[in-house]
Write a protein that binds this ligand. Structure first.
Ligand code: PHB
Length: 393
């Protein structure tokens, strides 16, 4: 086995890695280093993924392919410097066989060179910028891409009578993907973008931007920000009178995150989004999944939960195929092409790109049995990430 020592890991740490990699493969335990934000603005992501993984192991056992699966959880607070340090520690000291989690794009990117160097899988369970999977041949994604949902939203909007859109997105990579891909598809279908605004990711203040949209009075506003900012948005959205202005709101489904939606208030009613998961997704498997998750945790699963739950499934299936062997190249080969029924619907790992292929649903916020939900009313089957599928933007 050859290891290349480069500047990513100090030489001493890299030497420890060489020793560690051999030692771990002889043991009876598969170690997964789970790096997620459990504190800070993205803490909901860590909470959902951590609980999803616990539930997966309760349902499927803690042993697979003859090996015990141990999950070591670390909180990076969604700060990429933390992610990198924690990934190094997990690889070098804990000798993990797989790193997983990654609540935001910068965290997933920070870990990519380490996965490549250690030749271990990086299972991305939450981050959504298209480029991520191209940063290491050891990355497999079970979350989603903003391009997947936003291209579909653009096509749907152009075909459903929407003509003039003001766009408002978070000012970082997923926001840029959401805006660019929506715009490309919406304008190709004859729509016009009348305004593009970017809100800082840290401490966002949507109010001035919402006021500007109100003044411009387009027929529709396209809005993206990470789900955990939903509460701030909902409050300012109501305060600026947008809800009663007649301006329609659309976006990728991060905007109406199931984890937050029920607390956001009736001003969210009628918002149409495109996304891969709703807690109300109508299948027997999802009904069972939601009931079990609520029973265990007292809150709803959201789209992030599924990234963690399905991420564990990919890992378990790969270990079954390798008979418990933890060689990174073998695990990645085993993960490619995996296809299964998830609570979100049928999904698979694209064997060419290692990215997720999944249905994208068009949904509308409605009150169902006293709670706010995203009610799905149209389905786009087996959507690939448009970047790697070679579509125009
Ligand atoms: C990301 O940083 O990639 C990200 C985070 C939260 C989302 C979507 C994308 O809801």
């Amino acid at each position: 086995m050859k290891f290349r020592i480069n500047s990513v890991l100090p030489a001493v740490a890299a030497a420890a890695l060489i020793v560690g990699a051999g030692a771990a493969s002889a043991e009876d335990t598969v170690k997964i280093g789970l790096i997620v934000p459990l504190t800070g603005g993205q803490a909901s992501t860590g909470k959902q993924i951590d609980n999803a993984i616990k539930m997966y192991q309760q349902q499927n056992g803690a042993t697979v392919g003859g090996k015990k699966v141990e999950v070591i959880v670390k909180d990076d607070a969604a700060v990429p410097d933390n992610t990198k340090r924690l990934a190094q520690e997990l690889i070098v000291n804990d000798k993990v066989n797989i790193i997983a989690g990654f609540g935001v794009t910068p965290a997933a990117l920070a870990a990519a060179p380490l996965a490549t160097q250690a030749k271990i899988p990086e299972v991305v369970m939450a981050a959504g910028t298209s480029i991520i999977t191209e940063k290491s041949p050891y990355i497999v994604r079970t979350s989603f891409t903003l391009a997947q949902s936003s291209t579909i939203m653009g096509d749907w909007a152009a075909k459903n009578g929407i003509k003039k859109v003001a766009a408002l997105v978070s000012d970082y990579a997923p926001g840029a993907d959401a805006l660019n891909f929506f715009k490309q598809h919406f304008t190709a279908g004859g729509g016009e973008i009348v305004e593009e605004s970017k809100v800082p990711l840290a401490n966002p203040d949507f109010a001035p931007f919402l006021q500007r949209i109100r003044d411009l009075n387009p027929d529709t506003a396209f809005i993206y920000f990470p789900g955990t900012q939903a509460g701030i948005f909902a409050k300012q959205f109501a305060e600026r009178g947008l809800a009663k202005s007649g301006i329609r709101i659309i976006g990728p489904g991060d905007l109406t995150d199931d984890d937050e939606l029920n607390n956001m208030g009736d001003q969210m009613l009628g918002i149409v989004t495109a996304h891969q998961y709703s807690a109300l997704h109508d299948s027997p498997m999802n009904r069972e999944f939601v009931a079990a998750f609520k029973k265990a945790n007292n809150f709803r699963p959201n789209f992030i939960t599924l990234g963690g739950y399905d991420g564990m499934h990919v890992i378990y299936e790969a270990l079954k195929k390798t008979g418990g062997a933890t060689d990174g190249d073998k695990l990645i080969a085993a993960m490619k092409g995996t296809s299964w029924e998830s609570p979100r619907g049928p999904i698979s790992i694209d064997p060419d790109t290692r990215d997720i292929i999944q249905n994208v649903y068009i949904r509308k916020v409605e009150r169902v049995d006293g709670e706010l939900y995203n009610v799905e009313f149209a389905t786009f089957d087996a959507v690939k990430d448009p970047v790697k599928a070679g579509s125009k933007m």
